[in-house]
Design a protein around this ligand. Structure first.
Ligand SMILES: [Zn+2]
Ligand SMILES: [Zn+2]
Length: 187
């Protein structure tokens, strides 16, 4: 395990995972969520989907929310839940402020908790109750259009999209476009 990444310093996909994983461990400790992290894989999705995050999991034919799943009967699983993947969307991390991102992670942790116990997960009554315990939303968080669009003043090409005020936006006069070496315009 590396050093803890400060929220303000998160830049790469690896940082997003590292920070989010640490936050989720804090949530388990402080809010008592029943999740096995050794059976959770992490990924960052670069595709601009509207979903901020998602839990990818196998479909188990006889699983039902509210009925603990008998993981023993799965061949080769030795009683442990099959791994699931917590998929985080980079653009959502950039679009959200810290409070919103933390709530997103708690929403996904409710899904992981349900899946690891019951073999499946949904947004039904049990989910609503747990979401309330964890002070998060029932709806899968979505994210909006970028707030700042930077383009090259010479050719008009898109240089970057940003969802919040950042160094590139604030100090844009110090940056030049890759295409023309020209100044950046804020649309
Ligand atoms: Zn959800
Ligand atoms: Zn240009």
């Amino acid at each position: 395990m590396g050093q803890r990444v400060a929220y303000e310093d998160v830049a790469s996909d690896a940082d997003i995972v590292a920070w989010s994983r640490e936050y989720c461990r804090d949530v388990r400790r402080e809010w008592g969520v029943d999740v096995r992290f050794d059976l959770v894989e992490w990924e960052v999705s670069a595709r601009a989907k509207r979903r901020a995050a998602a839990v990818k999991r196998p479909t188990l034919p006889d699983a039902a929310v509210g009925e603990p799943y008998d993981w023993e009967r799965l061949e080769g699983a030795d009683g442990r839940p099959l791994p699931c993947t917590l998929s985080l969307t980079r653009e959502a991390f950039e679009a959200f402020d810290r409070t919103e991102w933390e709530a997103t992670l708690r929403h996904e942790l409710v899904h992981v908790e349900q899946y690891q116990r019951d073999g499946t997960t949904d947004h039904g009554r049990a989910f609503r109750e747990r979401a309330a315990d964890l002070d998060t939303d029932v709806h899968c968080p979505a994210f909006a259009d970028p707030k700042y669009v930077l383009s090259c003043v010479a050719c008009g090409d898109l240089v970057a999209r940003r969802y919040r005020d950042c160094k590139l936006v604030r100090e844009r006069e110090r940056y030049r476009s890759d295409c023309c070496g020209a100044e950046l315009a804020l649309d």
